[in-house]
Ligand binder design. Structure first.
Ligand code: 7TS
Length: 434
């Protein structure tokens, strides 16, 4: 049996991923191939080789369903939202509003009023850092983030703490890439922590952090918690009520949807305490020369014309994922992670960064004596797209004592053969660079 083939028995043995218990089985390789055919880019050739796309952590490819929905909207339905009485505007408003409901269902929010549309995960976190900072942070307060944050969940908090005279503290991690929960408990004991920011799935290490437990601990000392779900929402079922997080953020383009749209979930009672982020049309109640009153959430946070087509396209992407089933996707990607981990560790001179017990399909690595950029460039010659660099996580790179890594990140359309191709390419890289 080659590594590319999983028997049905192997497919169904995995019943738990990151604490979720599933009764469903993984996607079969035949199903994956069928789904892959929905993504036109994946049929492209690069440098004369069929494309193997392994940079899903950066952005994902789009299925025809999403591409066609965007075309359909712009060709036949284009209109503005919330301000027209004519058919096109009403139709666009109905379609736009329906996605807010759909997103609420997708992450199990209590209500669609807890869903704010933003430009992406980065904007979602900036929105929270800025408005939460204004409303709730004062000199002496503490913000906690982890040692493995993406810059998107680090730099905004750094700006806020500098502006407001707070303190920013870092929850340390082990060499395997697991958070030190004892240190976290200790940090919370100061009694000054107001906000915890944590990456749900590390974009470098793949670690799946215990965010439900972290939320419970944060709440016990009166702190709020923001979960950066950029790398989790596309790959596993999300239930914000079960996680009990105060904020959850993700990007459309990493979820097989369009760029330019993302989601900020906030518990309604928390969103209500926050001032507006930006000002202008669509977020106001009454404007006079002297003063302005603002709408309630979520519209309070959506100044100006939103990304209408992108929101509608995001709805299509979510529908596409739901039709497959996020549980099945998580189970299948776990088989990719296992295969990739075993295959990479078998390569002499390869160091794999991130070996947490609970891990998603993210593999960061280096080959002894070879720069990450050379690995990426030579892999591209083989038609393989992987990311190289610091992955917008420079403090983490420092912790790992490297300046850059190569990184393969998987999506449900990746096949076991893709991993075989990566391994062959890496052996070629080693030969060339010796
Ligand atoms: N948070 C995490 C965990 C991320 O991985 C990223 C993007 C972001 C936030 C920012 O998302 P954006 O859509 O607002 O840009 N991560 C990556 C990556 O790993 N490679 O390219 C982008």
């Amino acid at each position: 049996m080659t590594a590319s083939v999983l028997t049905p028995a192997q497919n169904s043995v995995i019943t738990s991923v990151s604490g979720f218990q599933f009764s469903t089985s993984s996607l079969t390789q035949a199903e994956v191939l069928q789904l892959k055919a929905d993504f036109p880019v994946l049929a492209e050739t690069v440098n004369g080789k069929s494309l193997v796309y392994l940079d899903n952590g950066a952005t994902t490819q789009k299925p025809w369903a999403v591409i066609n929905r965007l075309n359909q909207f712009y060709a036949h339905e284009n209109g503005t939202v919330r301000r027209g009485v004519y058919k096109l505007a009403e139709g666009a408003t109905t379609a736009f509003d329906a996605v807010r409901e759909q997103v609420a269902g997708f992450i199990n929010a209590k209500s669609s009023t807890e869903i704010v549309f933003v430009r992406g995960c980065t904007e979602a976190i900036n929105l929270v850092a800025t408005t939460f900072g204004k409303a709730h942070l004062q000199a002496g307060d503490e913000i906690l983030v982890t040692a493995m944050e993406h810059h998107a969940n680090f730099v905004p908090w750094q700006q806020v703490y500098l502006e407001r005279g707070c303190t920013l503290k870092v929850i340390p991690m082990s060499d395997a890439g697991e958070l030190d929960m004892q240190a976290y408990a200790h940090l919370l004991q100061s009694g000054k922590v107001k906000l915890v920011g944590v990456i749900h799935v590390s974009n470098v290490l793949g670690t799946i952090n215990p965010v439900a437990e972290m939320a419970k601990m944060a709440h016990a000392v009166g702190a709020k918690i923001l979960v950066d779900g950029a790398q989790s929402a596309p790959h596993m079922p999300i239930d914000v009520q079960a996680l009990d997080c105060d904020f959850f953020t993700f990007s459309g383009h990493k979820l097989y949807g369009p760029t330019g749209v993302g989601v900020l979930y906030g518990k309604y009672e928390v969103l209500e305490t926050l001032p507006p982020y930006q000002f202008g049309g669509d977020m106001i109640d009454v404007v006079s020369l002297e003063k302005t009153t603002f709408l309630a959430p979520p519209l309070r946070f959506e100044a100006g014309t939103p990304a209408i087509a992108q929101v509608i396209g995001l709805g299509t992407a979510i529908g596409y994922l739901q039709a497959i089933g996020l549980e099945r996707i998580a189970l299948y990607e776990e088989t990719l992670r296992q295969q990739a981990t075993d295959a990479l560790l078998a390569i002499e001179g390869l160091t794999l960064y991130g070996q947490a017990k609970h891990k998603a399909a993210v593999c960061s690595f280096l080959l002894e004596g070879i720069h990450a950029f050379d690995i990426g460039t030579l892999a591209d010659l083989e038609g393989i797209a992987i990311r190289t660099g610091h992955h917008c996580a420079q403090p983490l790179m420092k912790r790992l004592n490297v300046s850059a890594t190569a990184r393969a990140t998987f999506g449900f359309y990746n096949t076991h053969e893709d991993i075989d191709r990566l391994v062959v390419a890496l052996h070629k890289v080693i030969k060339l660079c010796k």
